[in-house]
Design a protein around this ligand. Sequence first.
Ligand code: ATP
Ligand code: MG
Length: 200
Amino acid sequence: MNNIAKEQRYKQRQEKIKNNIDKRVGEAQTEKGLLIVITGNGKGKTTSGFGTVARAVGHGLNCVVAQFIKGTWDCGERNLLEGHGVPFYVMKTGFTWNTQDKTADTEAAQRVWQDCKKSLSDESIDLVLLDEMTYMVTYGYIDLEELKTALMNRPKMQSVVITGRAAHRELIEMADTVSEVRNVKHAFDSGVKALKGIDW
Ligand code: ATP
Ligand code: MG
């Protein structure tokens, strides 16, 4: 095949792809807020959640961030986004995890969750990031049914991003978009320390 024929075939193929995409874009009629779950063992879940918040804030949308597990740590995203009017709900105390004081951990998670529930029923909030929420369900600090009910009954145009490893099967079923970040390699495994601005 000569070069001109090759080029023509390439052009035809690209045109076909474009037409297919245009058709599918044209067919997408539903307008609603999304439930997005970012899970898996690789790095990038929280980064993705905050990327979405930055995107939304850049369009003037109202966002709320809840951080489970992390609380009192220095957090670059919080330093930036609070200055742009994004409320942060964080744990006042760190976690002892299930090895020590389940009652205290549950109380700490529940305090943040009560604020989340208010946001999840507030029409004026466009996007809620529930960072590391998956662990709250796994460890039983937040009831799965209660979470599902709050998500189900949220305002129609409100989007929610849930991050964390090992997302519960029912959350995955309920979500509109689910991405699993696979760990291919991580610097930590070769002894590199967590880095400000990259890891937190
Ligand atoms: P990030 O906040 O960087 O997007 P993440 O939300 O995907 O990471 P978490 O499980 O919440 O991952 O872990 C947070 C911290 O652990 C970050 O400092 C991150 O770099 C680090 N981390 C994430 N994945 C791995 C991994 N596979 N091995 C070692 N450390 C990891
Ligand atoms: Mg994370």
